[in-house]
Design a binder for this molecule. Structure first.
Ligand code: 3PG
Length: 307
């Protein structure tokens, strides 16, 4: 009987685990759970005999893959798969998939949770501003970016986007204004929402010069990855631009320093919360389970991300 492990340092909502269990057991497979683990050794033990694993931001490196003697597939229940060593998986003949789009509305909603908090001065009682009429720049127009655009229009924002890989016509079809570069997006919009993945190309790419080109009242919201921000540039931005606010769903390494130095201008969630809704957990978790069943039973590799 094939065995599927759910290994989540940050657990899914119980209702999502119930759904995953139903899919796995209906396919005649066994489900094992490793939640809230604190040591890598626990993952190395739990993964040793499984055929498939569902993860979130959990690290699957060469050591974990070496320990997983029967592993055939890893599904990252979510969008970004920078936490999986794709080359090591390919070398071991392990298929890696993600579940694109399944948690994107949840992440997009959190963008606005943090934006309202920012423009209302962290609810400190003073008069803030409104989002209506403000220019919002969406960097990368994928599943999350599109949901951010949809919600932004409800707020009455003027929405701009840059994406090197999405046709301009697709952006325009959503009533969003395409710009020709990241630099143009930052210099046009006082509010920027980041949706780029962490890649060799994007790491550290959101730097001081880009942020400092933003119009007055600059707010950067990061629900993407902490690695895309140049942290030295971020500190410089806080120092030089008293109007600047940074709202992040991923704590930078210098979280404590920023929180101490810039209260009311810097906010980070205690743990990445973008995808942490029951709905997103159900969508991504069940999609992951279904993809595993389809892969193990029929060889379907539709969402494979490693070659
Ligand atoms: C993603 O890439 O899907 C999001 O960053 C969500 O990550 P999480 O599953 O760790 O919350």
């Amino acid at each position: 009987m094939a065995k599927v492990l759910v290994a989540t340092d940050k657990p899914f909502a119980p209702v999502a685990v119930d759904g995953i269990r139903q899919v796995v057991e209906a396919a005649g497979m066994e489900l094992a759970l490793l939640e809230k683990y604190t040591e890598k050794a626990q993952l190395l033990t739990a993964i040793a005999d499984v055929d498939a694993v569902i993860i979130r931001s959990d690290i699957i490196d060469a050591e974990v893959l070496d320990a997983a003697k029967n592993l055939k597939i890893v599904v990252r229940a979510g969008a970004g798969y920078d936490n999986v060593d794709l080359d090591a998986a390919t070398a071991k003949g392990v298929c890696v998939m993600n579940t694109p789009g399944q948690n994107s509305n949840a992440v997009a909603e959190l963008v606005f949770g943090m934006l309202v908090y920012a423009v209302r001065n962290f609810y400190n009682g003073t008069a803030g501003t409104e989002l209506k009429g403000k220019k919002l720049g969406i960097l990368a127009y994928g599943n999350v970016g599109r949901n951010v655009a949809r919600i932004a229009k409800g707020f009455g924002m003027e929405v701009y986007a840059y994406d090197a890989y999405t046709p301009i016509s697709a952006i325009e079809a959503d009533g969003v204004i395409p710009v020709e570069s990241t630099a143009a997006l930052f210099s046009t919009c006082p509010v920027i929402s980041l949706h780029i993945p962490a890649t060799a190309e994007t790491k550290g790419s959101i730097n001081f010069d880009l942020m400092n080109s933003m119009p007055k009242g600059a707010i950067v919201v990061n629900t993407a990855r902490k690695e895309v921000i140049d942290e030295a540039g971020l500190v410089q931005m806080f120092e030089i631009r008293p109007d600047f606010k940074y709202m992040s769903d991923i704590k930078p390494a210098i979280d404590a320093e920023l929180a101490g130095a810039y209260p009311g201008r810097y906010f980070a969630t205690p743990k990445k919360m973008g995808a942490q809704t029951a709905e997103a957990n159900i969508n991504a978790g069940i999609a992951a389970a279904e993809q595993i069943v389809d892969f193990l039973q029929n060889g379907n590799e539709k969402y494979r991300v490693n070659k």
